[in-house]
Design a protein. Structure first.
Lengths: 189, 566
């Protein structure tokens, strides 16, 4: 735990507000409240807020409850900080902070946070299409994968969005070759 | 901790069975059904069918950490996690903590993957069931490798029938001499791409890709339910739809009224009476109280698993057996084998976009051995078979292929491309210097010596791996697949979890431990019928052969007892 605390402090110093470019401070005429609707245990306030914002942009509410509604950010935090080795935790945080800085400084007039959901979506999709930004793109796809995994393992994702084949449904015997329309959607597992 | 060496004089039984796993369950069933009062010893805790499967109905969102071990937990299971698939949040209660059960690897890695509880690895196995064939039993003699098996296929054939009829094997008859047909329940179905591959492979190569033969009840069978396509077998099956001792043989033994099951009983050694010139019982350490107890019987079946049965024998020293029980030949602990795998190929297939499968099949396909069937035709001996099947890419592709929001969901809910993998399982030859022995200076927490392994695969296996990889790629390529990727991933001995051979059968007491009835040559009332008895390894999954040999040996043992020969 002590080591994790140390990383927390380290990342505050390296990636936190102390190193934010002056421009972003100057241009933040209406400071964004960085409160989240969950209780981060390991991430600092900035990291937790960024994770929440990007999760909400990757999977917002559609006809189904989105990433925030199903608790994706806290699940990701709990997963990463317990399952990853310390060096992997550090690189996850490093990437989170780099992406945060990159996305919030793309437009000197308006940070990522100040953008509408529609604008945020465009920013992320543009990054995904931009093969010149290889390392930011890769960081984004990695983060997106963990958001998607968290979402599709959740009860909403697995049972409402996908076709659930876990133990709470009894499917009966396996059939090897059926028309796709008989199943309808991708199996959750 | 130290053991209380004050021995309590225990009860006497007709038979003692050491171990409750794959073969121990069979020994218990056969001996009790034949009327023998039988003590069944298990070193781990008790596990009752269904009642003690705590995770069998857990959904993905009910399992913490995406069902993975935490970094802290991985330290406790540092060997058990080497498989990459066995230890999860949903299964961690089945595996030993390596920090509590250490052993030593002196040369090469030996991945000793174990679960200590009633049922043992019969709860956790891959459930693939393939009979050995004539060529497997004859290969050593024909090639002058190691020693000859003391039995042939015809000696075990009816015991395969017998065991299969009881446990329930689903599969398809193919009429192959190298993969004999058995007593099958209806086969599981292949999916469209697998059917396509089966037909193409037969036409282009004359080789057989069949549905996996598995110990699953595809229809209700002897009081057990039919498989419901959950593929959560390793957590324990609420339907009892795959064979485990817990669901099948132990209840049968229990119902005779002749079984006394004693969990938490670590067998320390076999008691040899130098005056009577025979084994008379076993010494047991109670794993909870650390008391040493003795139990006596007319016959003993060792079914503690290959390494543990050998450990017990090596630890059983007497005036008659100064080098370990039955070890006049010095072969005890030698000739350790496994199946080498993790070489093959994977590929994609276009088309079949409107086809899918329904449910989760706890099985794949099996591509039967095709090398060196009649004569040596390759630059190596023996052969391999492939396990593998086809499936469509799932939602995971959406993060890379989709954008955000509705677009990501639209891609996630549409199944992706078909892909297929073939993973070979190859035979490892018996090498005298692949071995285990005991370190008497390093004791475990119960005071038992720890095991040391020295193992490696050699030239024959390495050459075979090349072929395992290249042949898979060649077949997939020729059968219409694209993006074919051959692979040869790191394999270390033990990783196949098919360890065998350390107390081998043979005709000659000078170079083997057991005779053709699995009796210790020099102590005829002790039978060893787990994987340690194997004289060679074949390339097919071994459990059904252990079960058949156990039923055969139990039948022989009771006949001999009745004739007062033991």
């Amino acid at each position: 735990m002590k080591r994790r605390e140390a990383f927390k402090n380290l990342s505050l110093f390296v990636y936190g507000s102390l190193t934010l470019p002056a421009s972003s401070l100057l241009n933040s005429c209406s400071p964004v409240s960085k409160e989240v609707n969950w209780n981060p245990k390991y991430l600092n306030a900035e990291e937790a807020f960024f994770l929440t914002e990007i999760s909400n942009t990757i999977i917002p509410n559609t006809e189904f409850p989105g990433a925030i509604a199903v608790g994706v950010p806290s699940e990701i935090e709990n997963y990463i900080f317990n399952v990853f080795e310390d060096d992997k935790i550090q690189s996850f945080r490093g990437e989170l902070n780099q992406l945060d800085k990159y996305l919030n400084n793309l437009n000197s007039n308006k940070s990522f946070y100040e953008s509408t959901l529609r604008e945020k979506t465009k920013i992320l999709n543009d990054l995904q299409k931009n093969l010149d930004k290889k390392s930011y793109r890769e960081m984004y796809i990695n983060l997106k994968s963990t958001v998607a995994t968290s979402y599709f393992r959740s009860e909403v994702g697995a049972t409402q969005v996908l076709k659930y084949n876990g133990p709470s449904v009894v499917l009966g015997s396996y059939k090897g070759c059926v028309p796709l329309e008989d199943v309808g959607k991708t199996w959750a597992i | 901790m130290s053991i209380n060496l004050e021995v309590t004089n225990g009860e006497s039984f007709d038979a003692i069975v050491v171990g409750t796993g794959m073969s121990g369950g069979w020994a218990a069933k056969e001996l009790t059904e034949k009327g023998l009062k039988t003590l069944v010893l298990e070193r781990g805790r008790d596990v009752k069918h269904v009642k003690d499967y705590p995770t069998m109905n857990k959904n993905s969102w009910e399992l913490p950490y995406r069902d993975q071990l935490t970094a802290k937990e991985r330290k406790d299971y540092y060997v058990q996690i080497r498989t990459g698939y066995t230890v999860k949040q949903s299964t961690k209660h089945w595996w030993v903590k390596d920090t509590e059960q250490p052993y030593n690897e002196k040369k090469g890695n030996f991945d000793w993957i174990r679960g200590y509880h009633v049922g043992g690895r019969s709860l956790l196995w891959g459930r693939q069931v393939y009979r050995w064939s004539k060529i497997d039993f004859e290969a050593n003699a024909k090639e002058g490798i190691s020693i000859d098996w003391p039995i042939r296929y015809k000696d075990i054939e009816k015991w395969y029938d017998y065991v299969e009829n009881f446990i329930g094997i689903s599969g398809m008859k193919e009429g192959l001499s190298q993969l004999p047909d058995g007593k099958f329940l209806p086969p599981m179905e292949m999916n469209c791409v697998e059917k396509d591959f089966r037909n193409n492979l037969l036409n282009k190569f004359g080789r057989t890709y069949t549905i996996g033969r598995v110990a699953h009840t595809t229809i209700p069978h002897k009081g057990r339910g039919a498989c419901q396509g959950r593929n959560l077998c390793i957590r324990g099956c609420p339907y009892g739809a795959y064979y485990s001792s817990n669901s099948s043989t132990l209840p049968a033994a229990e119902s005779t009224g002749n079984m006394k099951l004693r969990p938490n009983s670590i067998v320390h050694s076999i008691i040899y009476d130098d005056e009577k010139n025979k084994a008379v019982g076993v010494r047991v350490i109670d794993s909870e109280t650390l008391e040493m107890k003795e139990f006596f019987s007319k016959i003993i079946f060792l079914n503690a698993s290959t390494v543990n049965s050998t450990l017990i024998m090596l630890n059983s020293k007497s005036k008659r057996f100064p080098n370990g029980f039955g070890n006049d030949s010095g072969e005890l602990g030698h000739n350790l084998m496994d199946h080498h795998f993790k070489a093959g190929a994977r590929a994609k297939m276009d088309g079949y976009e409107d086809s899918y499968y329904y449910g989760n099949r706890p099985n794949s396909g099996y591509l039967a051995r095709f090398r060196n069937l009649k004569n040596k035709e390759m630059n190596y001996l023996r052969g391999f078979g492939y396990q593998g099947g086809a499936r469509r890419d799932g939602w995971f592709r959406a993060a890379e292929e989709g954008f955000t929001g509705q677009d990501l969901i639209d891609i996630a809910i549409k199944p992706g491309e078909w892909s297929m993998g073939l993973n070979a399982f190859g035979e490892i030859l018996p090498y005298h210097d692949n071995k285990m022995y005991l370190d008497n200076n390093s004791l475990d927490k119960w005071g038992m010596p720890t095991v040391v392994f020295e193992t490696e695969i050699k030239e024959n296996e390495k050459k075979m791996r090349e072929d395992m990889k290249n042949s898979a790629a060649e077949m997939l390529e020729a059968c219409g697949f694209k993006n074919v990727e051959p692979y040869d991933n790191f394999y270390s001995m033990g990783n196949g979890i098919h360890e065998m051979g350390t107390a081998r059968m043979g005709n000659n007491p000078k170079n083997s431990i057991l005779n053709k009835w699995n009796q210790v040559h020099s102590a005829k009332n002790v039978f060893v019928t787990d994987g340690s008895c194997m004289t060679s390894a074949s390339c097919v999954n071994p459990s059904i052969t252990y079960m058949a040999l156990t039923a055969r040996a139990a039948n022989y043992a009771v006949n001999e007892l009745n004739k007062r020969n033991l």
